[in-house]
Design a binder for this molecule. Structure first.
Ligand code: FES
Length: 194
């Protein structure tokens, strides 16, 4: 049985025509696979390689190099909270604490009991003027507050139940969200020595 659905594989096969170099399609292809499965399994990476007619080692190399690709289950929605200087000075640590409490985890390796959420602290995401900020579901969220975190969690839970509609674009001044810059590589937080 195929790891990826037929329609995702079809989308992946169509990607190379959009790029001058067909192998440039590997990142968007892996993104589609991850979006469907939540993380990249070995089977999924093999299917991406076949669909793009690329060497499986190359596809796996890209997947393991970029931190935005997850090779282990991480929950469907992952909070990448920037805790670098500007964000830290404007309350990033409190945001992290609130995320952890709201989804009921204590460590980045943990997934919430409903399987939907996890979090990670990351380095500067290049939007310091809108601190504190984070990335969630391929979008940047600015001017974070604990209540905004609660709204985002409730929206995601609602979507899963098909109860609430997706929120759509939200004005930046109200703690808004925008897509991250293209080719964003989310820098992981370095672990402290010792
Ligand atoms: S310090 Fe957080 S985005 Fe730059």
């Amino acid at each position: 049985m195929s790891a990826l659905s037929a329609h995702v594989l079809e989308e992946i096969r169509e990607l190379p025509a959009k790029y001058p170099q067909p192998r440039s399609a590997v990142m968007p292809a892996l993104d589609l696979a991850q979006e469907e499965l939540g993380h990249l399994t070995r089977d999924a990476m093999s299917e991406v390689a076949v669909a793009l007619q690329l060497d499986p080692g190359y596809v796996e190399g890209v997947a393991t190099f970029y931190s935005l690709f997850q090779l282990e289950p991480i929950g469907k929605h992952r909070f990448y909270v920037c805790t670098n200087l500007s964000c830290m000075l404007r309350g990033a640590n409190e945001i992290v604490d609130h995320v952890k409490q709201a989804i009921g985890v204590t460590q980045p390796e943990q997934i919430s009991a409903d399987g939907l959420f996890s979090y990670e602290e990351v380095e500067c995401l290049g939007a310091c003027e809108f601190a504190p900020m984070m990335r969630l579901d391929h979008r940047y969220h600015y001017d974070l507050t604990p209540s905004r975190i609660d709204e985002l969690i409730a929206e995601r839970r609602g979507r899963e139940k098909d109860v609430l509609p997706a929120s759509g674009e939200v004005a930046r001044s109200a703690g808004g969200e925008v897509p991250p810059p293209k080719k964003t590589r989310t820098p992981r937080k370095k672990k402290a020595d010792g």
